[in-house]
Design a protein around this ligand. Structure first.
Ligand SMILES: Cc1cc2nc3c(=O)[nH]c(=O)nc-3n(C[C@H](O)[C@H](O)[C@H](O)COP(=O)(O)OP(=O)(O)OC[C@H]3O[C@@H](n4cnc5c(N)ncnc54)[C@H](O)[C@@H]3O)c2cc1C
Length: 328
């Protein structure tokens, strides 16, 4: 295990898991927990060393996400949204790169994402039109996680020629930017909001990258591995609590399937991971007994989180594979 993964495991076991029930009940991730991740360098996990990042390889990133998800899914989920920005800003033009990269890697500036306009076909969720030195954004997305904890949001918006523009938008309500808190039965503490943009102007200097929609979508399946680590982390926590060796073996199998899968195999591997987390919480509940269903018991929280992982970060191919695995 790399030093970085070991650091994440220690944070998960010593800080996040002991507090996860209280975080869930309060419906709010403590800022101190995210500060602890930043202090451990984890906001810079995917950023370049030259800007203070850890430039971790894929296996390390997956290991860190799995370790943290086994501590507290809400905290991990907020932090996870940040990971895309440092990598993309590292390849952005100046002055954006110099203005943001080191702060993103240190966690002094924290980012969310709103990617629906890049991932879903059909009419764009958010449109962009260029007017002089600004992009004007209109539309909305139902899910932006971490709103109370981010300074900027990486927003995907599409123009009339189906080019996706990724813009670093200030996470400040007003001037045609509004948010509505989502009410969730799991990860409510993740501060997830619906975002609406009405003629919201973003300076062209905040343009991170422009990519034709078909090119972005062609690369999408290759990026599906990461969210599978959330389900692995939840399963690992269940395996430790239930002390069921068969669950450890299944966990190792599904992790290996995710690691070996190429873009064509990832939807099924993601479905396997989500289905395993769902089954693991069921096993843990049975092994624990009736107190599992007492409000506030760790098992009922983990079961609600497994429900969330059945649908989060899905794609049509994952959904089909998961329906099949669950007997649908
Ligand atoms: C609690 C929560 C928090 C979230 N936070 C964020 C966030 O911070 N940032 C963010 O960007 N997203 C976020 N998401 C969005 C999430 O990743 C997407 O909702 C998910 O990937 C799409 O699955 P869906 O079932 O919601 O489908 P929907 O987005 O509701 O899509 C509806 C239908 O459109 C079609 N469709 C969707 N995507 C595709 C595709 N790629 N190719 C072909 N057809 C498609 C399918 O037929 C699908 O059933 C969050 C979701 C949840 C539940």
């Amino acid at each position: 295990m790399s030093d970085i993964v070991a650091r994440a495991r220690a944070l998960a076991d010593d800080l996040l898991f002991p507090a996860a029930g209280a975080v869930d009940a309060a419906g709010e991730v403590p800022g101190a927990h995210l500060d602890a991740l930043a202090d451990a360098g984890l906001y810079g996990l995917t950023g370049p060393v030259s800007a203070g990042g850890l430039a971790a390889d894929r296996a390390t990133v997956h290991g860190v996400v799995e370790a943290l998800a086994g501590g507290d899914l809400s905290t991990t989920f907020v932090w996870l949204q940040h990971l895309l920005a440092p990598g993309m800003i590292a390849e952005a033009p100046e002055p954006l790169r110099g203005g943001f990269l080191a702060d993103l890697c240190a966690g002094r500036v924290r980012s969310g994402i709103a990617l629906l306009a890049a991932t879903r076909p059909g009419p764009p969720a958010i449109t962009a039109r260029r007017e002089g030195d600004v992009f004007v954004l209109d539309g909305g997305v139902p899910w932006v996680t971490g709103w109370a904890h981010v300074d900027v949001v990486l927003v995907a918006a599409r123009d009339a020629a189906d080019v996706v523009h990724f813009l670093l938008v200030d996470a400040v309500a007003g001037d045609g930017l509004d948010v509505v808190p989502q009410q969730l039965v799991a990860v409510q503490a993740s501060s997830t909001v619906g975002l609406r943009l009405t003629g919201h102007a973003v300076p062209v200097s905040r343009l991170v990258r422009s990519v034709p929609l078909d090119r972005w979508q062609a690369g999408d399946p290759a990026g599906l591995r990461l969210n599978g680590s959330l389900a692995l982390g939840l399963t690992a926590r269940c395996a430790r609590l239930a002390e069921l060796p068969s669950l450890d073996a299944d966990l190792a199998d599904v992790r290996a399937q995710l690691d070996a899968a190429g873009p064509d195999g990832l939807p099924d591997a993601r479905a396997a991971a989500a289905a395993l987390a769902h089954r693991a919480t069921g096993l843990l509940a049975v092994a624990t007994g009736s107190r599992s269903v007492s409000r506030g018991h760790p098992v009922e929280r983990l079961a609600r989180e497994a429900l969330f992982l059945l649908v989060f970060g899905s794609r049509p191919a994952i959904r089909t594979a998961l329906l099949h695995r669950l007997g649908g």
